[in-house]
Ligand binder design. Structure first.
Ligand SMILES: [Zn+2]
Ligand SMILES: [Zn+2]
Length: 362
């Protein structure tokens, strides 16, 4: 165990500069964080019953409460002493408040808290894998409440966000249609996955995945949906927007189940205008504790060696598939988060870790 801890500490990279364009800091958590504290003046006046909810058998009541969102649970906890006791003892409520308070604050600030049940948030907290590639995922994608990794946020078009106007145009949807999916309010700040841009105003965004799923229902089938895809039209639809629409239509709703940086890059992929604006670092909670994933110090060495032109050809060919340019898979190494178990396995094979061990011995 001591060896494992030493290995982790020696080869993990603690600074996470690559994630500077994601939602990370919450200016005022007290504003929207569901409160489990009681005002002492208020508590004397509280009823000790659950009102009508008290008529429901206890086991059923717990199931019902799990289906409520955190905002509703928080409100319920503040109207009755018994409600407070019951809700504070719910694992979903307790563990989210304890391990991911920033996430709850951001869900509140973006207007998304009421869309996700306590049970859904809790199950995502308890799952470690990215829904897209199945490797460890260190982020929560806020509109769908799914765990994702950085690279899938960058590569998977289904995990992009877009404006309601673009979503309507792209998928042939109306304002009424869009009321059926979450519309988030962004937080002002500087965002971007690879390149960062200032977003000074609050913007309204929808998830491409949810807009496309909705469009499949509205239009009835994939065959009908493709007919509404807008194409390049001088004066009406720019080449850039036409390419964006095409990629959104081509985005698979099924997980690719692989590292997309290792597949050939698609042509005409536009930079993501809203990268990082709908995802936040999110811990994984197992029975042994919470972890957020580790960046590998060795992979930074590997990348630097490549940039300096000293990475051995044999190592490069192991890391980069033959039909893929080296830049994307090597850059992906810098943002790959590993669970503690996966990291031990990775470190045994990582070229950069071997270099670090070699230089510490010489
Ligand atoms: Zn992934
Ligand atoms: Zn590594």
């Amino acid at each position: 165990m001591a060896t494992h801890c030493n290995l982790l500490q020696q080869f993990i990279r603690t600074e996470e500069a690559e994630f500077r364009g994601m939602i990370r800091h919450v200016p005022d958590q007290t504003q929207t964080l569901p409160s489990i504290r009681f005002n002492s003046n208020q508590s004397g006046a509280l009823d000790s019953s659950l009102g009508r909810l008290g008529l429901i058998p206890a086991e059923l009541l717990l199931s019902v409460l799990d289906l409520l969102d955190l905002q509703s649970l928080s409100r319920l906890s503040q109207v009755s002493l018994l409600g407070k006791d019951i809700i504070e003892s719910l694992p979903a409520y307790k563990e989210m408040i304890h391990h991911a308070p920033e996430t709850l604050a951001v869900l509140g600030q973006t207007g998304l808290l009421s869309y996700h049940s306590a049970a859904l948030l809790h199950s995502t907290l308890r799952r470690s894998r990215c829904v897209s590639c199945f490797a460890f995922g260190g982020f929560l994608f806020l509109p769908t409440c799914e765990r994702v990794c950085f690279e899938c946020l960058y590569e998977n078009q289904a995990l992009r966000m877009t404006s309601p106007t673009m979503a309507k145009q792209c998928f042939g949807l109306t304002d009424d249609d869009l009321e059926r999916i979450p519309v988030m309010n962004t937080l002002p700040g500087t965002f971007g996955l690879r390149f960062q841009f200032a977003h000074k105003r609050v913007e309204r965004l929808v998830s491409v995945k949810q807009a496309k799923e909705l469009a499949m229902v509205v239009h009835g089938s994939a065959e009908e949906l493709v007919k509404v895809m807008p194409r390049y039209c001088p004066g009406k639809i720019s080449m850039k927007d036409a390419a964006i629409f095409r990629h959104f239509h081509e985005a698979s709703l099924d997980p690719p189940a692989c590292d997309l940086s290792r597949l050939p890059r698609k042509a005409d992929v536009a930079e993501d205008d809203f990268g990082g604006m709908a995802s936040i670092r999110f811990p994984y909670l197992s029975d042994t504790g919470a972890e957020k994933g580790f960046l590998c110090q060795g992979c930074l060495v590997t990348y630097s060696n490549y940039m300096q032109g000293v990475l051995p050809e044999s190592t490069l060919s192991e890391l980069v598939p033959a039909d893929v340019g080296p830049y994307r898979p090597l850059l992906a190494l810098l943002t790959r988060l590993w669970s503690s178990n996966d990291f031990l396995e990775h470190a045994k094979q990582c070229y950069g870790v071997r270099r670090l061990i070699g230089s510490s011995r010489s």
